[in-house]
Design a protein around this ligand. Structure first.
Ligand code: OAD
Length: 228
């Protein structure tokens, strides 16, 4: 018998207990900074040094934090299920905790890419990207992040994965950024769905959704125990 497939959509709240700021909570990154100055192609064109400095600081932090109990317990689901994680997070904490299948919708902090050929993506082994760091075609490297106003190339495989779910779990996301927030709509109508987030509320038009208003560190281990 083939294993049931669990598809898990995660957001910034998944990594909050590792010490990484979310975006829209009171102490969130987009409460402290204007995203227009840091996370758009226009911002990069106007002030690449500032954009680079912002992502360098976040990349530096990534070398200082660790996966939390929520990340680790998701790995246990692989004992019984085919687990596919779709994350909006640009950190690598799912990978570092041991999850096998992780799709990054919004890019990866530890990667950089060419500004003339987006297929040229490189792993950065240090935290600092500098002006003058170039790709093999001689153009400046930029953070490998999907900025506001840019296409989300991974949404197509993500929607295909969502459509094959037997169970769908959402963890730690405000569900306001599209197209990511729309992925739950691709999951089959009748399957069980769970939404773990202290501020979770019902998502319009989604059937069979159990809302769990808890932090990831508490809600995820409880749900994993139930599913195992
Ligand atoms: P948000 O900051 O919009 O939402 C974070 C969610 O995490 C909120 O719903 C919080 O209630 C919840 N949360 C906070 N602490 C939590 C905890 N300990 N456990 C569980 N949940 C917790 O972040 P995202 O929804 O991830 O894109 O934002 C989506 C995208 O917007 C991001 O990927 C980012 C941002 O702009 C890019 O940077 C490209």
């Amino acid at each position: 018998m083939s294993r049931k497939r669990i598809v898990i959509l995660t957001g910034a709240g998944m990594s909050a207990e590792s010490g990484i700021s979310t975006f829209r909570d009171n102490d969130g990154l987009w409460k402290k900074h204007r995203f227009e100055d840091l996370a758009t192609p226009h911002a990069w064109a106007m002030n690449p040094e500032l954009v680079m400095e912002f992502y360098n600081a976040r990349r530096k932090q990534l070398f200082e934090v660790k996966p939390n109990a929520g990340h680790f317990v998701l790995v246990k689901l692989e004992e019984k299920y085919d687990v596919q994680i779709i994350t909006q997070n640009v950190d690598d904490l799912h990978e570092r905790s041991g999850s096998s299948n992780v799709l990054h919708l919004h890019g990866e902090l530890k990667k950089v890419r060419s500004t003339v050929d987006e297929s040229l993506v490189y792993e950065l082994d240090r935290w600092e990207l500098k002006m003058g760091d170039k790709c093999e075609k001689g153009s400046q490297l930029r953070p490998h992040i999907v900025w506001f106003g840019e296409a989300v190339p991974m949404i197509v495989p993500a929607a295909e994965i969502a459509a094959t779910a037997d169970i769908f779990i959402v963890i730690g996301t405000s569900m306001v950024v599209y197209p990511a927030a729309g992925l739950i709509g691709y999951a089959p109508h009748d399957i069980p769905k769970y939404y773990i987030d202290p501020k979770a509320s019902h998502v319009g038009g989604i059937s069979n959704l159990k809302v769990i208003q808890k932090k990831a560190g508490e809600g995820v281990p409880e749900l994993v125990e139930e599913l195992l």
